[in-house]
Design a protein around this ligand. Structure first.
Ligand code: NAG
Ligand code: NAG
Ligand code: NAG
Ligand code: NAG
Length: 224
């Protein structure tokens, strides 16, 4: 009985199209390579940063919005960039969703303290950061967030990426995210799965010529 009520609700939802942008879409992500996109973003110099973490489209819908992603990022120790210390240039990516090249929605940096000063400090000493791209064009509407994660040198080195900084940045972010976290009254349970075959191992086309291991970690983030 419950199953059939649920089935009719699904049918109703499909028939009326009342699904909002906050309803689940039903797929982890689509491979950008399959539709003219790339797992490297465009850093503007002919090279790109690897999109080495995906927040799955099967995550809680509220996580997959800009505000939701920021709150989740805060729960694992990241902040919005400190005013006046936005040193990294804006980048763009083509996620194969029919939208072509779109700008990052936001750039987040690791928060070294409890106040906004934490992020300012991070901009000076270096640390982990990431850019977020949303796969929500009509040709591949997973709602997944693609992250270009890296670990940087400090500001005196003009925010360049440390050797092996893409793989290290990914692993650090994933370690901080997996399990239970919370921020602003929202609690998250996050699981991780490594995927190969999306991102080519090596340094071809990769910004700063830094080789990557080709692993993309897919996080599924569920609000408890
Ligand atoms: C994307 O970013 C570039 C560089 O910051 C900017 O010139 C351009 O207007 C942006 N495009 C959109 C659609 O916001
Ligand atoms: C797609 O994502 C962008 C960036 O977060 C957002 O501004 C836009 O509203 C989203 N579009 C849809 C249809 O969800
Ligand atoms: C992709 O295109 C769709 C449809 O035009 C639009 O609603 C959405 O906001 C775009 N996504 C991004 C990230 O710009
Ligand atoms: C993913 O791969 C990285 C690098 O090899 C490894 O450190 C990590 O434990 C792996 N994570 C999972 C969930 O398999």
């Amino acid at each position: 009985m419950y199953a059939s009520v649920f089935a009719s609700l699904l049918a109703l939802q499909a028939a009326t199209g009342f699904a909002t942008s906050l309803s689940k879409r039903g797929v982890d992500y689509y491979d950008p390579n399959a539709n003219g996109g790339s797992m490297l973003d465009n850093a503007g110099d002919g090279y790109g940063e690897p999109l080495n973490v995906i927040i799955s489209g099967l995550s809680s819908p509220a996580v997959l919005t800009e505000d939701g992603a920021i709150n989740f990022a805060r729960s694992i120790g990241f902040s919005e960039e400190c005013f006046g210390f936005h040193l990294g240039g804006a980048q763009s990516a083509n996620l194969g969703d029919g939208n072509g090249s779109v700008n990052q929605t936001i750039e987040l940096r690791e928060d070294y303290g409890s106040s906004s000063v934490g992020t300012c400090l991070e901009s000076l000493v270096g640390g982990n950061h990431f850019r977020i791209y949303v796969q929500n064009g009509t040709e591949a509407d997973s709602g997944a967030l693609f992250l270009a994660v890296s670990k940087e040198e400090d500001v005196s080195d003009s925010h360049t990426i440390v050797p092996d900084g893409y793989d290290i940045g990914r692993n650090d972010l994933v370690s901080a995210a997996v399990g239970q976290t919370s921020f602003g009254g929202v609690s998250y349970t996050t699981t991780a799965q490594n995927v190969t075959g999306l991102l080519t191992p090596g340094s071809t086309g990769v910004n700063h010529g830094i080789a990557v291991d080709g692993i993309v970690t897919v996080l599924t983030v569920t609000i408890n």
